[in-house]
Design a protein around this ligand. Structure first.
Ligand code: IMP
Length: 200
């Protein structure tokens, strides 16, 4: 079997890695930065998804050989002026604590009639410290009144995608991989690769 092109994800979030692997299937060999223990933590000091994805993609690709893809993503809630947005992962006060994040979101949304929201994903592809391409994906939906479901991660138990009545966490991995913000951004990347515009 011919060797597959290798893609290194600039993330330590096992859920993101698993979802991206699942969407890509066996086209590419997908690793993440947990396979490179000497790499430093990249600080996400940007104020947009694009700035943060760029920081991660360039910061990691300067230090290792090969193609690097960074995902920066989050939930934007209209009734909260777009919060938690780029601060999605620390909204509850503690980086990466999904339970606290969901508790704060529920609290902020108490008695809010307007519940529209969207997940956004920005991907930056880089090689040897040079940005090669940007891909984005969005999924519109509503913030649920209370959490439901065990699938996915993060705000999935509180997000009902457009066209559905169950949360992303209820819908599960197969459905999520067809309609999520991340799936849409990854498919845009795949179109470029399969079209020969990106030569991995
Ligand atoms: P990042 O690692 O800085 O991109 O932060 C991403 C944060 O956004 C996660 O910690 C989650 O809180 C939220 N998020 C991003 N994608 C998803 C998703 O697919 N489902 C649920 N929450 C997500």
């Amino acid at each position: 079997m011919p060797t597959r092109p290798r893609l290194i994800l600039a993330t330590r979030n096992a859920h993101k890695t698993e979802e991206i692997r699942h969407i890509l299937g066996d086209r590419l060999e997908v690793l993440d930065v947990t396979s490179f223990p000497d790499l430093p933590e990249i600080e996400e000091t940007g104020s947009t998804f694009l700035e943060n994805a760029r920081l991660k993609a360039l910061g990691i690709s300067r230090r290792i050989k090969g193609w690097v893809l960074a995902d920066d993503s989050g939930l934007e809630v209209d009734a909260l002026g777009g919060a938690p947005g780029v601060w999605s992962s620390s909204y509850g006060g503690e980086e990466g604590n999904h339970t606290k994040n969901n508790e704060r979101l529920m609290q902020e949304m108490t008695e809010k009639a307007e519940r529209s929201a969207r997940f956004r994903c920005t991907l930056v592809l880089a090689k040897e410290g040079v940005e090669k391409a940007v891909f984005t994906g969005t999924v519109e939906g509503l913030v649920a009144e209370s959490p439901s479901g065990n699938g996915g991660f993060g705000y999935d138990p509180l997000f009902i995608p457009e066209g559905h009545t169950a949360t992303m966490a209820d819908l599960g991995a197969e459905v999520k991989s067809t309609l999520s913000h991340r799936a849409r951004a990854i498919r845009a990347f795949v179109v470029e690769v399969e079209g020969g515009f990106i030569n991995l």
